[in-house]
Design a binder for this molecule. Structure first.
Ligand code: F6P
Length: 323
């Protein structure tokens, strides 16, 4: 193997640049030629492919976003799209790929290998931390800290006005962002898919807080929870407690941007190197992850399809800590 390609795909995450840098530098270190592919599978189909040198990744370790840009490609979901992508890789002589992304990225890479035999090793790049086979994904730590910083600020104003805030965080259908935000932000309760928090239990929590002279309440909701998100839940609570002074904040894409934390820079660098070494060892169709401080490789199928369970201990902790 002489020539590899690297791309970022799906939702961007802080630390993706640090990972690209590590891939490029580890490739150069191992005498491989490395090509950057822009806009994920979309750019692969269109041939947005360029040679990268060590200097191409100077001064990016600290930057949020991704210099390779990212996209979610509908065309790559078709056989014709994947055929075009394969032809482009052939044109550039690219023999193997490193994909930095999440579930959709790895599902695509697996099908691509089955059809065209291009080996891919993946690095988990998503703020959601919802991939099995790694304790943490690249960008998760930064996203949680960004959200927590916003929640702390909201607490100040909530307290000044004796208000109840319903704060929605990202994380798709996993509660991985919601839980540390709830515990670290001193939330009164948290609503995530798969837990027993309901609109009625939120109402009880708010009322019992008032009975104990609490002046402000923070309710954290994960975007994928089944009751319909912060706006709907706040409206339903207001129907039952008309005197509640409630406000809704949806943190949204602010959680995806910003400079990566030290933790994410380290994780991204370690996983970028692991991906290159994985390819050199002849691995394919696997995601590099860190489990108990050790690099482990997990098949794409397992990484994206197996549910990474969140311990129920955390929701219990939120309850206990908000008495
Ligand atoms: O997967 C990362 C993520 O930010 C999710 O938390 C969120 O549901 C989704 O991407 C938002 O996607 P988009 O940027 O396409 O709106």
């Amino acid at each position: 193997m002489k020539r590899i390609g690297v791309f970022t795909s799906g939702g961007d995450a802080p630390g993706m640049n640090a990972c690209i840098r590590a891939v490029v530098r580890a490739a150069v270190f191992n005498n491989l030629e490395v090509y950057g592919i822009k806009r994920g599978y979309s750019g692969m189909i269109k041939g947005e492919i360029f040679r990268m040198e060590s200097s191409s990744v100077s001064n990016i370790v600290q930057r949020g976003g991704t210099i390779l840009k990212s996209a979610r490609s509908m065309e790559f979901m078709t056989k014709e799209g994947r055929q075009k992508a394969y032809e482009q890789l052939q044109e550039f002589g690219i023999e193997a790929l490193i994909a930095i992304g999440g579930e959709g990225t790895f599902t695509g890479a697996k099908v691509f290998f089955e059809e065209f035999g291009i080996p891919t090793v993946g690095a988990p790049g998503t703020i959601d931390n919802d991939l099995y086979g790694t304790d943490y994904t690249i960008g998760y730590d930064t996203a949680v800290n960004t959200a927590l910083d916003a929640i702390d600020k909201i607490r100040d104003t909530a307290d000044s006005h004796d208000r109840v805030f319903f704060i929605e965080v990202m994380g798709r259908d996993s509660g991985y962002i919601a839980i540390p935000c709830a515990i670290g932000g001193g939330a009164e309760t948290v609503m995530i898919p798969g837990t027993e928090t309901t609109v009625d239990s939120i109402i009880k929590t708010i009322r019992s807080g008032w009975e104990r002279s609490k002046t402000s309440s923070i309710i954290i909701l994960s975007e994928g929870e089944i009751e319909g998100g912060a706006t709907q839940v706040a409206a339903r609570v207001k129907e039952q407690i008309p005197n509640m002074d409630g406000r809704v904040t949806i943190l949204g894409h602010v959680q995806r941007g910003g400079a990566p934390s030290a933790f994410d820079r380290l994780l991204a660098s370690q996983l970028g190197i692991a991906c290159v070494e994985g390819l050199l060892e002849g691995r394919h169709n696997v995601m590099a992850g860190i489990i108990n401080s050790k690099v482990e490789f997990t098949p794409f199928e397992q990484a994206s399809k197996t549910k990474k369970l969140l311990s129920p201990i955390y929701t219990e902790m939120v309850k206990m800590l908000s008495v």
